[in-house]
Design a protein around this ligand. Structure first.
Ligand code: HEM
Length: 484
């Protein structure tokens, strides 16, 4: 299935847009939010970027020039046509910004951080690893990781009564296990897996601080924090290098007629460039593995945490999903990759959760040459923030946009999904390479959990959002799980 849907009428979009405040602009550019205003609001923006961006766009229009944090000029848009222009129609004129490229220092040049011809060559090599057939092979690993989480619930005593769990931390563990085992198979011990997860989390947290509070960078240098994290990145590479070596040794010792392992590492070791027939260098391989681990766990963890949160608050949706599971998987029948399409409501729940809480809530791009969109000149160097959250909550695109209604994603739903109005996995050639992987794992974790447990809210107020690189719940997301 594709996530960027290319059908749909714009009638209801244009009618809704006409009800918005008249933009303060001339026809040849987008409105500019005055710098003094963004400076004055910069603290509020740092505290609640989503709430503040929503307010700004509601007042000024779907695309605005503003100074992020009062200093960084950026064009923020929730206009699906402009998003499509940048990600798909004219993608050659846009690269990622320093926000993404800054990760190069710690993780290396993998698919997410690479650009141009080099990126395309790597993408062609790696993409087959995520085809349906490979995913079918990975389903067993994913299910096992989901079952470990369900067993954790049992160990906590959920059979005796509801147990309270911090769902974001729990889902981070599940998602990391899934991606790390899919990548490394058995070549990584549980202890190494936890170590990898801790180092990657530490690196990401530090990186986010350097982005969010750039004025602290000199202090961080003085305190040796950059050196510390460079060192972590070096140790991370060594751990990955050792896992590759172990994998190679195990394969060399395996009987000739043994089936090769299903994991992604094996696929990457076997892959050959079309032009040279050569495999990837070890350096490149480590970069790609690092990137897969980072790109593939926090996003999925957030999607799962928000999905459980929404289910807890919508028992009617949860009941319908549980009914589907009982109907399609009677008598404890195992869920298989081939059977997932029959569990269509599970997929709709996942899709709607990612509409309301898109893990990749903002996508960055920079114009690498002069461009134009609907008569507006875009000079080279213009920085764009494609505001995915804003697109997904756009009242002109989504009837009753704030409501949790999974059936919007049913095959025969009306209105049809708006073009580039739904893009949890981005769009164009740089669409998430792991989108099918992610949809499979999210469905599996929901199914394996809900067939045994009911999820309930706690007395706490719903969590706020903490939009870092990905959209996480602010603080703890406590939910209760009770055996069915
Ligand atoms: C719910 C889960 C996920 C979400 C919401 C998500 C979202 C995204 C988005 C929006 C992009 C495009 C970024 C851009 O254009 O700047 C992307 C790229 C990418 N994602 Fe995902 N992702 C998810 C899961 C995964 C998984 C499980 C993997 C790997 C196992 C993965 C690997 C990647 C990679 C390697 C890229 C870069 C692709 C390229 O540029 O060629 N993602 N993801």
């Amino acid at each position: 299935m594709t996530t960027v849907v290319s059908t749909g009428s714009y009638d209801y979009l244009t009618s809704a847009l006409t009800t918005m405040p008249t933009p303060v602009t001339t026809s040849s550019t987008w409105p500019q939010v005055p710098r003094w205003l963004t400076l004055r609001q910069s603290l509020r923006m740092a505290r609640d970027p989503v709430g503040n961006l929503n307010k700004v766009l509601a007042a000024y229009g779907d695309t605005v020039h503003l100074y992020l944090g009062g200093v960084k000029p950026s064009i923020v848009t929730r206009d699906p046509a402009l998003v499509q222009h940048i990600l798909q129609k004219n993608h050659r004129r846009y690269h990622k910004s320093d926000l993404t490229h800054g990760l190069l220092r710690y993780l290396g040049k993998g698919l997410l951080t690479n650009e141009g011809a080099d990126w395309l060559r790597q993408r062609r090599l790696i993409q087959p690893g995520f085809h349906r057939q490979r995913l079918a092979g990975l389903t067993r690993l994913m299910r096992a990781a989901a079952d470990e989480w369900v067993a954790e619930l049992a160990a906590l005593g959920a059979a005796q009564g509801p147990v309270e769990v911090e769902a974001h931390a729990a889902m981070t563990r599940v998602a990391f296990r899934i991606v790390a085992r899919s990548v490394f198979g058995d070549s990584l011990s549980d202890e190494e897996l936890m170590q990898l997860s801790d180092w990657l989390t530490a690196i990401q947290l530090f990186y986010v601080t350097t982005i969010r509070q750039p004025y602290l960078r000199p202090v961080q240098h003085l305190r040796g924090r950059y050196r510390q994290h460079d060192d972590l990145a070096r140790r991370l590479r060594e751990l990955v290098r050792a896992a590759i070596a172990r994998h190679r040794t195990a394969q060399a010792a395996a009987p000739a007629d043994a089936a090769p392992p299903d994991d992604l590492l094996q696929m990457l070791l076997d892959a050959r460039y079309e032009d040279t027939g050569e495999p990837m260098t070890e350096h490149q391989l480590i970069d790609e593995l690092n990137i897969l681990l980072v790109a593939g766990h926090e996003t999925s963890a957030n999607a799962l945490a928000w999905a459980f949160f929404l289910l807890a608050r919508h028992p009617e949706v949860q009941d319908r999903l549980a009914e589907e599971i009982n109907r399609e998987l009677p008598n404890g029948q195992e869920v298989e990759f081939a059977g997932l399409p029959r569990l269509s409501y599970a997929l709709q729940v996942v899709q709607e959760a990612m509409r309301l809480y898109p893990p990749a809530w903002i996508i960055d791009r920079v114009a690498t040459e002069d461009d134009e969109f609907q008569g507006v000149a875009i000079p080279k160097g213009s920085v764009f923030s494609l505001y995915v959250y804003g697109v997904h909550h756009h009242a002109g695109l989504w009837p009753d946009a704030e409501a949790f209604r999974p059936e919007r994603f049913a095959a025969d739903a009306q209105p049809a999904l708006p073009t580039y109005g739904y893009l949890p996995f981005g769009g164009g050639p740089r669409l998430c390479v792991g989108s099918h992987f992610a949809l499979t794992e999210l469905q599996l974790v929901l199914i394996q959990t809900l067939r045994r447990y009911r999820v309930l809210p706690t007395a706490e107020t719903p969590p706020g959002m903490n939009p870092l690189v990905t959209l996480r719940p602010a603080g703890e997301l406590r939910l209760r799980f009770e055996q069915r």
